[in-house]
Ligand binder design. Structure first.
Ligand SMILES: Cc1cc2nc3c(=O)[nH]c(=O)nc-3n(C[C@H](O)[C@H](O)[C@H](O)COP(=O)(O)O)c2cc1C
Length: 346
């Protein structure tokens, strides 16, 4: 029987980015040898909306597989959705290291990666050559560090245009705290321009990913503009810059994991209250078990995403969450996850 506890002890002795590099290799091997893993799926978990058909509502959030190098392995682990990126038009190194920190007791992470990625062209070429996957693949777009804010729209346009044929959906990430002033783009004027531009290029679903650190009224106003201009959904939330949540936190970067759970849930609740029924809603932030995933779905999420919990609980987490949700559905007498979406809304 696979014991992640033992493996984690070894991985956590390594600097976090070295551990990530090892995990990348392991997932690439798994992608080539999928028979090592027995996938758990249930028809109860299938969900579809717009033109997307997800085998289950558990996704892997952006940032884990920025360059789409592990997709086949992540698909084998059973994620219903994998969001690659954030990817920028040109490749870049990101911020100086160290820039990724574990807070193991709190099952949380702090990162200041700064969109380290190889650029949109290599990502597109990988996606063009990948075998069909069960997971739905989203492409999360960012802007290059050296692009001035007044030219940011051009970066998002380039990323979108270059990847039009290969994504199932697209996400505009204006909410990373690790590219200087990026969050300043979370304003009505830029968001309006961004989605007006994007709908001219594709009919595929477009999402806005938001930060949890804005006043709620501002956040909702920005989401409203995005939806008015053609966004089909909102992803809430990115990491937080509320460093008071994590004792020992550094005063830079973004915090994720268990300490983000309550805040991300509260922000998601506001987004759901305002937009459930009018937009596809995706909940992310501090989700670490089937109970919380199910809770957010009942609040109105069409699907959820995880990141930090994958680091802390390992490759079986997706399977575990899915099994737990099936039990919770049966407990509540619901026939499918579709029936659970938004039952607690309002
Ligand atoms: C190391 C790391 C890198 C991340 N990179 C990105 C990114 O490139 N784009 C993005 O939209 N979100 C990024 N995120 C944020 C996650 O997608 C997610 O929104 C956040 O971690 C909250 O989820 P969690 O609490 O389950 O980790 C990153 C998170 C971490 C920990």
């Amino acid at each position: 029987m696979f014991d992640y506890g033992q493996l984690k002890k070894g991985l956590f002795c390594l600097e976090a980015e070295h551990a990530h590099a090892l995990a990348t290799q392991a997932l690439r091997i798994l992608g080539a040898c999928p028979w090592f893993f027995s996938r758990f799926e249930s028809p109860l978990l299938e969900t579809s909306f717009l033109d997307l058909k997800l085998p289950n509502p558990i996704g892997l959030a952006a940032g884990f597989d920025k360059d789409a190098r592990m997709l086949a392995g992540l698909d084998v682990l059973g994620f219903g959705n994998i969001e690659v990126g954030s990817v920028t038009p040109k490749g870049q190194f990101g911020n100086p290291k160290p820039r990724l920190f574990r807070f193991a007791k709190q099952e949380s992470l702090q990162n200041a990666m700064g969109f380290n990625n190889q650029g949109i062209i290599p990502l597109v070429s990988r996606l063009e050559h990948i075998k069909p996957l069960k997971s739905v693949v989203g492409i999360n777009l960012g802007k290059n560090k050296n692009t001035p804010l007044e030219h940011a729209l051009e970066d998002y346009k380039q990323g979108l245009q270059a990847s039009l044929g290969v994504g199932d959906y697209y996400v505009f990430n204006l909410s990373s705290p690790n590219t200087k002033n990026l969050r300043d783009l979370q304003n009505e004027s830029f968001v309006g321009e961004l989605f007006s531009m994007a709908v001219g290029y594709t009919h595929k679903p477009l999402f806005l990913k938001v930060a949890p650190d804005m006043p709620i009224d501002t956040l909702l106003a920005i989401c409203q503009i995005a939806l008015d201009k053609g966004a089909r959904g909102i992803i809430a939330t990115n990491t937080t810059t509320d460093y008071s949540l994590l004792s020992g936190a550094k005063n830079f970067g973004g915090i994720s994991g268990r300490v983000l759970e309550a805040k991300a849930r509260a922000v998601f609740a506001e987004v759901a209250r305002a937009f459930f029924g009018r937009a596809i809603l995706v909940a992310v932030g501090g989700i670490s078990d089937g109970k919380e995933a199910y809770e957010r779905i009942k609040m109105g999420a069409h699907f959820v995403q995880i990141f930090s919990a994958f680091i802390y609980q390992g490759p079986l987490i997706c399977r575990q969450i899915k099994q737990d949700i099936v039990k919770l559905l049966q407990r509540d007498g619901l026939r499918s996850i579709q029936e659970a979406i938004g039952v607690n809304h309002g």
